[in-house]
Design a protein around this ligand. Structure first.
Ligand code: ARG
Length: 579
C-alpha cells in the first residue's frame, strides 16, 4: 500500500534526477490527515534531498521545489504534483488509493498490515534483550515500576512485531542489605501463616517494621548485618529463607503481570551476580582500571583528564560490591549467555547517570558491544493514589482501575448486556492506564488522574476500546453482507478517504517508534484513527445501503478494525469485543 505509492514516486524521481530510487524513500512521507480530506497524500522533503546531497545545498529551496515539481510527470498513479513550502506534494489516484489500501487488508495476514514495508526493512533485525519492570523484593512497587513495566512491554512487542528475536527480562532487586534487615526482621515480626496468605503485603509490613526498629535498636542492626553476612557466605538456613521470599514474590508478581498482559522469559536479579561482581572487580584491577579513593573505596576513574574528578564507586571499603558492580557483571553475563545484538534498560530518568557510568566502564573494559546498550528513561508520575491511599502494590492500581471502570460501565446504559463485565472492565481500565501514560513524551513527568483517563470521549484508552468494540459489533451484525470483491468507487467520500490516507502512515509511525522508542507516535496515530472512524461511522451507514455500497463500507471498517487491534496489541492493550 504505502510502499506501492512511495516506490512509484521514488522511481519517477530517480529517473528525473538520475539517481537510484532508494535514495528518495527516506525523503517521502505520507501527509498527516487533520480534519478533512487532504488534497495531497505524500510529500517529498527538499531539505532531506539537500542533506543527502541529491540536490545542491546552496540555492533557494523554494525554487528548487518548484523547478523539480515542474519536471515531474502526472500519470495514472500520481495525478497531481505541486510545490509546497520546501516540499513537493503528490496526489495519487483516488480509486487506486482505495484499492491498494483495502487490498492489503485482505492480502496480508491478520496482524501483518503495513509490516511488509521497504521503510521498515531498512531497520536492523537481530536479538534484542529488553529489561523492564525490575521491582525490589519487600519494597514498594511504585509508579516508576509500573511505567517501566508497560513501556518495556511496548518496546518488546514493537521489536517483536518488526521481526526481532526478543528476550524479555525482569531483573529483580533481590540482593543487598535489605535482605539482612528482612531476614533478621522476619525472626521478630514475621509469621509464616501470613506470608502464605498475603506474601507481598506481609513482606512489606515486616520490612517497614524492621526499618523502624533499627532506628532505636542497635541489636537489631547487628542481627541484620549478621544475617546478610550469613547470606553472603551461603549459610543454608539464611539462603533458604531468602529463597522462600524470592519465590513467593515471583509467584505473586507473575499473577499480577498476567492481569496486565505482560510476561517475562527470564526472572533474573541482582543476587545472580554477586560472585561474578567480585570477578569483575578483579578484572578491573588487572586491567589497571581500579583505583582506591581517599575513603578507601574501590573506584573507576571516568574523567577524561584522568584526575579522579569523576569516579564511579564499584567496591565499598569493607570489600562488598554495589548496585553498579552487579550491573557490570549482569551485562557481561547476558552478553555471553544470550548473544544479544542490542540491550535495552527501561527505568526512570533518575538512573540515567548510573547507566552512563555502566556503559562507560564496560567500554573501558574492552566490551565494545556496550555501544549497543541503551538506557530508555522516563519521567515521574505524580499523585498515583487509590482509595486506600498511597500505592504500595501493583495489584491495588489494577483493582482500582477495574472498580472505577465497572462503575462507569454500569452507569452507562449501552453496556448493560456485556457478557463478562468484570473482565471487560479490567481490560478497559488497563488500557486507560496505558494510554494516559503513553500520550506524552516518555521523558516528561505527568500527573495521574483517574477521572480524566477513564473518560469515554476524548483521547483515552476507553475511547480506543469503545471504537474497537463498536467496529466489532458492526462487523458481526453484518456478517452475511461481507464480500471479498468490492467496488472502490463506493469509498470516495469525504469521510472514507481520510481514513485511508491516515492508514498510509502506519509503517512510518512504526518506523519512528522503532527509532526513538517513544510510544506516543503509535498512541496518537490510533487515537486519530478512532476519530476518523467515528466520522466515517456516522456518515457511512452500512444498514440501509445498497448491497455493493454496504460491502465496500464494511470492508473499510473491518480493515480499520484490524489495524486498530494490531496497534493496540503492540501498545500492550487487549482489545475488547464489547463494552
Ligand atoms: N530494581 C531497580 C529499582 O527498583 C531497577 C533495576 C534496573 N535495572 C538495572 N539493570 N539496574 O530501582
Amino acid at each position: 500500500m504505502a510502499c506501492f505509492f512511495r516506490r512509484r514516486i521514488a522511481a519517477q524521481l530517480g529517473c528525473t534526477l538520475q539517481q537510484p530510487e532508494d535514495a528518495f524513500i527516506p525523503a517521502l512521507a505520507a501527509v498527516p490527515v487533520f480534519k478533512k480530506q487532504q488534497s495531497a497524500d505524500f510529500k517529498l522533503s527538499i531539505a532531506t534531498l539537500r542533506m543527502s546531497g541529491i540536490l545542491p545545498s546552496s540555492g533557494d529551496i523554494q525554487l528548487q521545489a518548484e523547478s523539480l515539481a515542474a519536471r515531474l510527470k502526472r500519470d495514472s498513479v500520481v495525478e497531481d504534483v505541486s510545490a509546497g513550502r520546501g516540499v513537493i506534494n503528490f496526489k495519487v489516484n483516488r480509486k487506486l488509493l482505495v484499492q491498494k489500501v483495502l487490498e492489503s487488508f485482505g492480502k496480508e495476514e491478520e496482524g501483518q498490515f503495513g509490516l511488509n514495508s521497504e521503510l521498515l526493512n531498512t531497520l536492523t533485525r537481530g536479538t534484542t534483550l529488553v529489561e523492564y519492570s525490575s521491582p525490589n523484593i519487600a519494597k514498594k512497587f511504585h509508579a516508576g515500576h509500573l511505567r517501566s513495566t508497560i513501556i518495556g512491554n511496548f518496546i518488546a512487542n514493537l521489536k517483536q512485531c518488526l521481526g526481532n528475536n526478543v528476550i524479555r527480562m525482569n531483573y529483580l532487586g533481590d540482593w543487598g542489605m535489605q535482605f539482612g534487615l528482612l531476614g533478621a526482621g522476619f525472626a521478630k515480626f514475621g509469621c509464616q501463616e501470613k506470608l502464605k496468605q498475603n506474601p507481598l503485603q506481609h513482606l512489606f509490613e515486616v520490612y517497614v517494621e524492621v526499618n523502624k526498629d533499627v532506628e532505636q535498636n542497635e541489636e537489631m542492626m547487628q542481627a541484620a548485618r549478621a544475617f546478610f553476612s550469613q547470606l553472603e557466605q551461603h549459610d543454608s538456613e539464611a539462603v533458604s529463607l531468602w529463597q522462600q521470599f524470592r519465590e513467593i514474590t515471583v509467584d505473586e508478581y507473575q499473577h499480577v503481570y498476567k492481569r496486565l498482559g505482560v510476561h517475562f522469559d527470564i526472572y533474573s536479579g541482582e543476587s545472580f551476580h554477586q560472585q561474578q561482581a567480585q570477578q569483575v572487580v578483579q578484572k578491573l584491577q588487572s586491567q589497571g582500571l581500579l583505583k582506591t579513593s581517599e575513603k578507601g573505596t574501590g573506584v573507576v576513574d571516568l574523567s577524561t583528564a584522568k584526575d579522579m574528578s569523576s569516579v564511579s564507586t564499584v567496591l565499598r571499603s569493607d570489600g562488598t560490591t554495589l548496585y553498579i558492580t552487579r550491573d557490570l557483571a549482569a551485562a557481561i553475563d547476558r552478553k555471553e549467555k544470550y548473544h544479544f545484538d542490542e540491550m535495552i534498560y527501561v527505568t526512570d530518568k533518575s538512573q540515567a547517570i548510573h547507566f552512563q557510568q555502566l556503559f562507560h566502564i564496560l567500554l573501558a573494559m574492552g566490551h565494545s558491544w556496550a555501544d549497543r546498550c541503551e538506557h530508555v528513561p522516563f519521567g515521574l508520575v505524580r499523585g498515583m493514589k487509590t482509595r486506600r491511599g498511597e500505592v504500595v502494590f501493583l495489584e491495588d492500581v489494577l483493582d482500582e482501575a477495574r472498580a472505577r471502570m465497572l462503575r462507569n460501565m454500569n452507569q452507562s446504559k449501552t453496556t448493560k448486556e456485556t457478557v463478562n463485565p468484570e473482565d471487560t472492565a479490567e481490560k478497559v481500565g488497563i488500557s486507560a492506564l496505558i494510554v494516559q501514560d503513553f500520550r506524552g513524551p516518555r521523558e516528561s513527568d505527568y500527573t495521574f488522574d483517574w477521572d480524566r483517563m477513564l473518560q469515554a470521549q476524548g483521547d483515552t484508552g476507553v475511547f480506543l476500546q469503545y471504537t474497537h468494540a463498536r467496529l466489532h459489533s458492526l462487523i458481526q451484525r453484518n456478517e452475511g453482507v461481507a464480500a471479498v470483491l468490492f467496488d472502490p468507487s463506493h469509498l470516495l467520500e469525504q469521510t472514507s478517504v481520510p481514513v485511508l490516507q491516515h492508514l498510509l502512515r502506519y509503517d512510518e509511525v512504526l518506523y519512528q517508534s522503532a527509532k526513538d522508542l517513544q510510544p506516543k507516535h503509535l498512541v496518537n496515530f490510533l487515537l486519530k484513527l478512532c476519530h476518523l472512524i467515528a466520522s466515517a461511522h456516522r456518515e457511512l451507514p452500512v444498514k440501509g445501503s445498497s448491497q455493493d455500497v454496504a460491502q465496500a463500507r464494511l470492508r473499510l471498517f473491518s480493515g480499520a478494525r484490524s489495524v486498530l487491534a494490531n496497534g493496540m496489541k503492540i501498545l500492550g492493550i487487549t482489545p475488547v469485543d464489547q463494552m
